[in-house]
Design a protein around this ligand. Structure first.
Ligand code: 5GP
Length: 204
């Protein structure tokens, strides 16, 4: 069985990435989501162990000391990190894993020679549209919205480091595009759109 691929996806906060990823994962099989650790407080509706592993700063720092993270970064004043455990088991079972991480985390992984991944950047159609979406979400304070907008401007500078750019304008079109990228990457690995290895189904 071939080992699952890694898809690193970065997008400024409020780009609509969560909805987009849910839709793509509902459409394609053999795809899982890496659950990160964070020191941020849960938003209404978020579940521990599903959206994130919500931990204290002390617990997070202890995990860094124990070398449990593949990458970690401070984003919007909170700590976020991908643990090795979050991806190893799935990949060994031949399941592809999506990492939703910021541009700093993506850059750390790109420099790591042991990890090959496809890097995809999801951009809002414009900064003004992003501001509208962040305000519409109603989960962030004025101050937090300002921080997230300023970070978005910086994050957009990193677009050229990604192999794919996907602009999330019309959701349906964006779901199609992102799913197509994943399917095309699977074909590069001689795998069916489902993720199953071609060699396991037909003898060539
Ligand atoms: P949010 O607080 O809106 O869920 O996420 C804020 C930012 O943190 C997003 O840009 C998201 O991609 C990033 N993020 C989430 N998990 C991780 C992680 O494990 N590592 C890094 N570097 N960034 C993460």
């Amino acid at each position: 069985m071939s080992r699952g691929k890694l898809f690193v996806i970065s997008a400024p906060s409020g780009t609509g990435k969560t909805t987009l990823l849910r839709r793509v994962m509902a459409r394609l099989s053999g795809l899982s989501f890496s659950v990160s650790h964070t020191t941020r407080s849960p938003r209404p509706g978020e579940r521990d162990g599903v959206d994130y592993h919500f931990v204290s700063k002390t617990e997070f720092l202890a995990m860094i000391d124990q070398g449990l993270f593949l990458e970690h970064a401070e984003v919007h004043g909170n700590l976020y990190g991908t643990s090795r455990g979050a991806i190893d088991q799935q990949r060994s079972a031949g399941i592809d894993v999506i990492l939703d991480i910021d541009v700093q985390g993506a850059s750390i992984l790109r420099r790591s020679s042991q990890l090959e991944a496809t890097h995809i950047f999801i951009s809002p159609p414009s900064i003004s549209e992003l501001e509208k979406r962040l305000r519409g979400r109603g989960t962030e304070s004025q101050e937090m919205i300002a921080i997230r907008l300023s970070n978005a401007r910086n994050e957009l500078q990193a677009v050229h480091e990604y192999e794919y750019l996907v602009i999330n304008d019309l959701l349906e079109d964006t779901v199609d595009l992102l799913a197509s990228i994943i399917v095309a990457e699977r074909a590069r690995d001689h795998r069916f759109p489902s993720g199953q290895a071609i060699g396991e189904r037909v003898s060539l």
